[in-house]
Design a binder for this molecule. Structure first.
Ligand code: SF4
Length: 466
């Protein structure tokens, strides 16, 4: 499906695809969760899993741990976070997390195997080394980590040094992700996140020397003061650092929704044509430096596990994005965390007072979610086949869901005809295939199968495709 040369996007194509769209880390997407799925429903889901695992070995779990605190705000931020310099606030949070971990241990029955752990935020490294060690000890008491578990953590470079990286490695983390965004000083100032290139380079080198199996760097294009030329310099510098993975996100300026973004001067934002040049330049830059395009904003070196999984058609997708792990139940821990167990998704309360109150009462903090029906499961299968394999095989879907694909998805296939004309997909007699060009806009193709979008145009709820 993929070529290692950068496609040339026509301005006409890009204009038509400059829309907002879901990232499909779940289907249905999180905006479809509702409060009818609550803590009690979540408890029943965990009890059903515990019952099942008494009769046959359950697949290992994934865990997501959300640490909401950051010391200072980045103006582009759209995450659920709490800005504070008061590090003592972490103690109350960690006590609450201990309660939540114990609630899960009790509900899941025997200690469950865990093959994937991800710490995100906020800034997980807001916690001290001792606090992180305490949290890891709680997790290890409640769960059994498999020897080859993937353990990853998001790191704000401004909060760590070589000693702290060594401590993370000692705690068992074997994957690390650095938030870089852009090396340009004017851009960093405009978004209130100043961190030198030399510091990031030193940290990446330390992480490599410590034996982290995979190093990721996050970049954002479309930020204030960015130009195609300045961003090309960042792309070249990042490529030279050789992180195993690079995530490249499009900035979506939604100040009505995300308060910190109101501090960005709209006149400093690059125009649409410049954004397109940045995207095209970054793709050319990374492919030229030997990276593979994995899909949905992600690049990886050819010998990285993600690139190998993609080559074998074995990519999967969960709330952390692309993964090599087969679909497994995901337990979300912490304020606002999202999980997915069995045929359901669940999200915790989004504010600390609500989260603390739930823990004080000894109940799960889930306040919304969704139980998937047969139609959701069918569509999830199709959407994930598009997102991960770039191919939907009608017969395979029919075998798993007892439907006639062509008639069930007649209107979706009709909608895709437009994308076929644009060169994004090929509609074959028994399959839909995403083309190499379409792979760069794969979520637009997936959107054609999203029942929630059949009757409405997605607007500011989602991030920009370009
Ligand atoms: S971008 Fe990350 S570090 Fe910056 S405020 Fe948001 S969560 Fe915190």
């Amino acid at each position: 499906m993929l070529k290692d040369t950068a496609p040339i996007f026509s301005s006409d194509l890009l204009r038509q695809l400059d829309v907002n769209g879901p990232r499909y880390t779940s289907y249905p997407t999180a905006d479809r969760f509702h409060d009818g799925f609550d803590a009690a429903a979540y408890g029943r889901t965990l009890a059903a899993r515990a019952e099942l695992s008494r009769h046959r070995a359950a697949s290992p779990l994934s865990l997501y741990v959300h640490i909401p605190f950051c010391e200072s705000v980045c103006y582009y931020c759209a995450c659920n976070k709490v800005i504070t310099r008061h590090h003592e606030r972490a103690a109350e949070y960690l006590q609450a997390m201990d309660v939540e971990i114990e609630l899960h241990r009790a509900a899941l029955g025997e200690p469950q195997a865990v093959s994937q752990l991800h710490f995100g935020g906020g800034s997980p490294t807001f916690l001290s080394d001792a606090e992180l060690a305490g949290l890891m000890a709680s997790l290890r008491r409640a769960f059994e980590f498999t020897p080859d578990a993937e353990m990853s953590i998001e790191v704000d470079p401004r909060t760590v040094d070589a000693g702290r990286l060594a401590s993370l490695r000692q705690l068992g983390f074997n994957r690390i992700s650095f938030g870089v965004q852009d090396f340009d000083a004017a851009v960093q100032k405009a978004v209130h996140r100043e961190q030198s290139e030399a510091m990031v380079r030193a940290l990446v080198e330390h992480a490599r020397a410590l034996g982290f199996a995979s190093i990721n760097t996050d970049l954002i294009f479309g930020l204030p003061m960015q130009t195609p030329e300045s961003f090309a310099r960042t792309v070249a510098s990042i490529g030279a650092l050789r992180p195993e993975r690079i995530a490249l996100y499009a900035y979506a300026h939604l100040p009505a929704r995300f308060k910190p973004q109101r501090r960005i001067v709209a006149a400093d934002l690059p125009p649409a044509a410049a954004r397109v040049q940045m995207l095209q330049g970054a793709i050319e830059g990374f492919l030229g430096q030997g990276y593979r395009y994995i899909g949905m904003d992600h690049f990886a070196l050819p010998d990285d596990a993600l690139a190998r999984a993609q080559a074998r058609g074995k990519l999967h997708r969960n709330f952390q994005g692309y993964t090599t792990q087969p679909d497994s139940d995901l337990i979300g821990l912490g304020v606002s965390a999202i999980g997915g167990v069995g045929a359901s998704y669940a999200q915790n309360a989004k504010t600390l007072p609500e989260y603390y109150e739930a823990m004080k009462q000894g109940r799960f903090a889930v306040v919304r979610g969704v139980a998937l029906d047969a139609e959701d499961l069918l569509r999830r299968d199709v959407v994930m086949a598009v997102m991960c394999q770039g191919r939907v095989d009608f017969a395979a879907i029919e075998a798993r869901h007892s439907v006639d694909f062509a008639s069930h998805f007649a209107s979706e296939l009709a909608r895709l005809a437009r994308y076929a004309e644009m060169g994004l997909v090929r509609i074959l007699p028994g399959a839909v295939e995403v083309t190499p060009t379409g792979w760069y806009f794969v979520r637009v193709v997936a959107m054609a199968f999203d029942a929630a979008l059949a009757t409405e145009v997605p607007r500011e709820r989602f991030s920009r495709v370009i």
